[in-house]
Design a protein around this ligand. Structure first.
Ligand SMILES: [Ca+2]
Length: 293
């Protein structure tokens, strides 16, 4: 009897899958309460999950201090817009960032404690809809985002902190590298909005789109409000821990969304929003950089 090569490979694959399932079952269960950045006494590790300070919010990831290149990298990106220039070196102190966008369940805890306002609830907004607990909170104003991060003992990321967490230090176009954006990596507009689902997806649905530090959904699903007022020209920006202009009319949001094409999902792309606007594609995440930062 002749056994085909495909058949042998298929059997081998099945055995391997069985084996890996069994191996997983034998592994120790990760601790339920990892150290939070606020109490961590050890040297923080890249890629390791840390609990939010006070347990408010999902896991956080460490972004080490140091320089990164901010703005559009024309060597790998032919869609550079004028407000993404110049491509410039920025030095940041260390911080932790939420691994995922803030979810409806996360936000509900703040609303329950009367420290957060209910966001908008029109079509495509996740608040008040059944079974959306693990979806990103959206339709929230900049002030809502700011209040939530404050309640959680954190703050909104600066625009520079957001960008470093999204693309690391090598000037890549997207969180995952320079490969074209697709529904493999991000919840975006391709084959219809939201990868044909016509809505946001639960946070963390696209792990292959993780940034070099492991941060998920930094491209697509919902825009992330950042702390900075919008300033078109980076050349006025400080080279060390820039915080943007001291006043302005518009706030910045980053990362593109489920309703948009790949050009908006580039890690250097900047969106300008009225801070009081409520969009079904704008959400947020927070950072923690110590009690005084
Ligand atoms: Ca996002």
């Amino acid at each position: 009897m002749k056994i085909s090569k495909e058949r042998i490979l298929g059997t081998l694959f099945f055995v391997l899958v069985l084996f890996s399932v069994r191996a997983d079952a034998g592994n120790p269960v990760p601790p339920k309460s990892p150290a939070s950045p606020a109490v961590n006494k050890n040297t923080p590790q890249i890629g390791k999950e840390y609990a939010s300070p006070g347990g408010k919010g999902g896991p956080m990831l460490y972004i080490p201090a140091g320089e990164f290149l901010m703005g559009c990298n024309a060597a790998v990106d032919n869609q550079c817009k004028s407000d993404e220039k110049p491509y410039h070196l920025v030095n940041l102190s260390a911080y932790y960032i939420d691994k995922y966008d803030v979810t409806v369940d996360d936000y509900a805890k703040c609303v329950k404690e009367k420290q957060c306002k209910i966001p908008d609830t029109f079509q495509y907004c996740n608040w008040g809809k059944p079974d959306r607990g693990k979806y990103p909170i959206n339709c929230a104003e900049w002030n809502h985002a700011q209040a939530y991060c404050q309640w959680a003992g954190k703050r909104l990321p600066t625009e520079a902190e957001w960008e470093k967490a999204a693309r690391g230090t090598d000037g890549r176009k997207y969180p995952w590298g320079n490969q074209a954006a697709s529904c493999e990596y991000a919840v975006m507009s391709a084959g219809g909005d939201g990868c044909s689902k016509d809505q946001t997806w639960p946070v963390g649905s696209k792990p292959s789109g993780a940034s070099p530090y492991g941060v998920i959904d930094m491209a697509g699903n919902v825009w992330n409000w950042v702390q900075d007022w919008y300033e078109k020209d980076y050349s006025k920006s400080l080279p060390q821990n820039p915080t943007g202009p001291s006043s302005g009319a518009s706030r910045v949001a980053r990362g593109g969304s489920w309703e948009l094409d790949p050009s908006y999902l580039r890690s250097s792309a900047r969106n300008v929003f009225n801070p009081g606007s409520r969009h079904p594609d704008s959400g947020f995440r927070c950072v923690y950089a110590g009690p005084n930062r």
